[in-house]
Design a protein around this ligand. Structure first.
Ligand SMILES: [Zn+2]
Length: 279
């Protein structure tokens, strides 16, 4: 599943490829993917210029002329690519934006879980999932005060807490495992038992790790690739995710994989001991 660094990489790719382009017509090959009847969607987008691509958490905002925004969530397997008009259509292509310059922006999705909502610009935060979204994992938005407050009032365990986008935007299964390893926090540690000193370490690791992953163009797992069709490089820098049975890069203990809240979870049992709670 694309996480924040992968979606940010797609945003940058799309910006280079289609910012400033104009939509001629749109084909909707899978109507369930959009929030409007296909004819309304096509009519609204006809002749609109792609002005800018923004992002919030794992959501892309495709800003169009006429005060319209497409809110695009890639979910499990969604991706965009740009092809010349007339090149063969993949069976997983569901939406085609024909551009006036003879290219097509295509949305492909093998699992069909991705969604596009066309809304008036300014109404994007009313889309389900965005209404309750937590702060961006940046120095400016993810403050120590905010972290301290949400950590004090939750009895959940930390791993699923980090995956909940209403707490912090953008972390998924891979980076949640990585930041917990970097911070030496057990994935089952109850949130309200984590010290302020540890919260500060975790906050810094979340901000830094996602910035590093963005710089590395994200992680390639399964079918994810950038809007250029390149593979991300950051999987080479992962310390625990996907490394069950391999030595911990810090202490050499074998990395363990468990199921936690239905998600595969990787950690070092020595560096990431459960602290101050009965097992
Ligand atoms: Zn270790």
């Amino acid at each position: 599943m694309p996480e924040l660094p992968e979606v940010e990489t797609v945003r940058r790719g799309l910006t280079q490829l289609v910012e400033g382009s104009t939509i001629k017509t749109v084909d909707v090959l899978y109507a369930k993917m959009i929030n409007l009847p296909p004819d309304d969607f096509k009519e609204a987008l006809r002749g609109k210029r792609i002005e800018k691509i923004d992002r919030r958490g794992k959501y892309l905002f495709i800003r169009l002329s006429g005060h319209l925004t497409i809110v695009s969530h890639l979910r499990m397997e969604g991706k965009y690519d740009v092809e010349p008009e007339g090149s063969p259509i993949d069976k997983h292509t569901h939406i085609i934006f024909h551009l006036t310059d003879g290219r097509q922006l295509r949305y492909n999705d093998t699992r069909k879980f991705g969604r596009m909502n066309l809304v008036d610009t300014g109404a994007e935060m009313q889309v389900a999932g965005l209404k309750t979204i937590g702060p961006e994992p940046t120095e400016k938005d993810l403050t120590v005060e905010y972290m301290k407050r949400i950590f004090a009032k939750s009895r959940k365990v930390i791993k699923p807490f980090l995956l909940d986008q209403s707490n912090i935007a953008g972390l998924g299964n891979i980076y949640a495992d990585e930041v917990l390893w970097l911070s030496k926090i057990n994935p089952k540690q109850p949130v309200n038992t984590i010290s302020l000193a540890k919260i500060k370490v975790l906050r810094k690791n979340i901000i830094d790790e996602l910035a590093r992953a963005i710089a590395g163009h994200g992680t390639t797992v399964h079918s994810y690739s950038t809007a250029y069709g390149e593979a991300g490089q950051f999987q080479n820098h992962l310390n625990v995710y996907g490394r069950e049975g391999e030595p911990c890069p810090r202490c050499g203990t074998k990395i363990v994989k468990i199921k936690l809240a239905q998600r595969g979870t990787h950690f070092c049992p020595k560096c990431q001991r459960l602290r101050g709670v009965k097992k």
